[in-house]
Design a protein around this ligand. Structure first.
Ligand SMILES: Nc1ncnc2c1ncn2[C@@H]1O[C@H](COP(=O)(O)OP(=O)(O)OP(=O)(O)O)[C@@H](O)[C@H]1O
Ligand SMILES: [Mg+2]
Length: 454
């Protein structure tokens, strides 16, 4: 948060100049912090946020350009104003090119300084506001997107809330399509790192030879194609979260480098001689049993323990069937909004089939099937015919109807058996059962008590 009065950091190695700038700025009620060189300025910036930094270009030690480089990289919320010597247009242009907010030529005029600082501050405030709004949206978005009210999912929401803000590394496990990436985002956007980048990387999707430079960056000339220095994803995720998806696919050689990065909190770009320190929270995800990979010596044990400080285990959809109606309706709504289409809902028989199915592809498969049905259906709601053939063909309740027809059962009896079966299938959850059957709870209770009496 930008404080009121706003703090301005003034960097100059000339004491008189510092004093002068301080006097001018304080006359407008700014809070002024002084630093006598780039190094000291950076140290100040570690402990306090400055929306505006006014710096001299020529200083002993770390000069204004070096400082600008660090600010652009690590304190992008700050606007930097560069003071250059009169007549040196080139350095002013250079400063702007490297991301300075503006420049002032010396000797600095009071009114010019104040106008420029005011503009820089206004810009910083606006950017902060935009970022906060964006975060707010993304955070709500992150939690809202995860649908589920079954016990295992409620426990997962609880766990996410408890661990999101800690610094610990987290391993998310679960079959394909169970929502690992959604959970990773929810963790990030509910942590204090939320305004910093969330950088996903799929370890299985990047060719082994490229992966090292993708993760850690490279310096110019490190290999034939390295035409310039390049940031790696670790540096991109600085102060934020790096999401290592399909982490089991990480080659052994990179596992060693990753371990070093996790332990030492520093990385080395390919071809570099020096290390760079990084502050990154790691969230890894896998759909294989990583412990088995460790046993088979395909995954380093030490790395496994480093990544797996806390494990979030996402249950397969077939083990939380009571989430299916909620998910199906939620995903349908999402798909209809995207397609700008209107459908009333899902027919009872189609929903019963969705509940019955085993979902090897988990929520992703459900999402696809609902989307497909929403696209294809010509009726006012999704019916059994809108589901793929393999789902239509499930034996179960379909057989039950066949049997009823065979025996020519009275409707009341079929209804009773049907209610009993659905209730059984939903683990005795009456609320869910009423929902699936499309009747209200009171009606269900009445029917159930009638069944007990008969
Ligand atoms: N609980 C949930 N609520 C709503 N949507 C979900 C839920 N879980 C998963 N999804 C949706 O299902 C799809 C798959 O989720 P996600 O990509 O997070 O799964 P994953 O576990 O990372 O899968 P994979 O292992 O295949 O990468 C996404 O479109 C996601 O939005
Ligand atoms: Mg995934």
């Amino acid at each position: 948060m930008i404080q009121d009065p706003a703090s301005i950091l003034v960097v100059d190695d000339d004491r008189e100049m510092r004093q002068l700038l301080q006097d001018i700025l304080e006359s407008e009620n700014y809070r002024v912090v002084l630093a006598s060189d780039g190094q000291e300025a950076l140290a100040r910036m570690e402990s306090e946020k400055f929306p505006v930094v006014v710096t001299d270009l020529r200083m002993k030690g770390m000069n204004g350009f070096d400082l600008l480089g660090h600010v652009a990289q690590k304190h992008s919320e700050s606007n930097l104003i560069m003071m250059t010597a009169f007549g040196t247009v080139e350095s002013a242009v250079e400063a702007m090119k490297h991301g300075a907010f503006h420049y002032l030529t010396k000797p600095v005029k009071a009114d010019e300084l104040l106008v420029t600082v005011h503009k820089a501050l206004k810009d910083a405030l606006l950017r902060e506001e935009v970022q906060q709004l964006r975060q707010q949206v993304s955070r709500e978005f992150a939690f809202d997107q995860i649908l589920g009210k079954s016990k295992p999912m409620r426990e997962i929401f609880d766990l996410i809330r408890r661990v999101a803000d800690s610094q610990t590394n987290i391993l998310i496990t679960g079959e394909s399509g169970t929502g690992k990436e959604l959970v990773a985002k929810a963790l990030h956007f509910n942590s204090q790192r939320k305004s910093k980048p969330f950088v996903p990387v799929n370890c299985a999707a990047i060719p082994e030879l490229l992966l090292e430079s993708e993760l850690f960056g490279h310096v110019r000339g490190a290999f034939t194609d390295a035409k310039s220095d390049k940031y790696g994803l670790f540096e991109e995720a600085h102060d934020g979260t790096l999401f290592l998806d399909e982490v089991s696919e990480l080659p052994m050689m990179l596992q060693a480098k990753l371990l070093r990065a996790v332990q030492e909190r520093e990385i080395r770009r390919v071809g570099a001689t020096k290390s760079t320190s990084v502050n990154v929270r790691l969230i890894a995800a896998t759909n294989v049993m990583l412990a088995e990979e460790v046993k088979a010596k395909r995954f380093r044990e030490d790395l496994y323990y480093r990544l797996n400080v806390i494990e979030i285990r996402l249950p397969p959809l077939r083990d939380r069937k009571e989430d299916i109606p909620l998910l199906a309706h939620g995903l349908l709504k999402k798909s209809l909004t995207a397609q700008q289409k209107h459908i009333e809902g899902i027919s009872d028989s189609a929903l019963a089939r969705l509940i019955d199915y085993q979902w090897p592809g988990n929520v992703r498969e459900l999402e696809n099937i609902v989307e497909r049905a929403a696209t294809l259906t010509q009726g006012s709601s999704i019916s059994l015919e809108d589901l793929p053939i393999n789902l239509q063909a499930i034996q179960g309740d379909g057989q039950f109807i066949e049997d009823a027809v065979e025996q020519i059962l009275p409707l009341g009896q079929v209804e009773k058996s049907y209610i009993r079966r659905v209730l059984e299938k939903l683990g005795g959850n009456k609320y869910q059962t009423a929902h699936v059957l499309g009747i209200d709870r009171k009606t269900l209770y009445r029917k159930l008590s009638e069944m007990e009496e008969s």
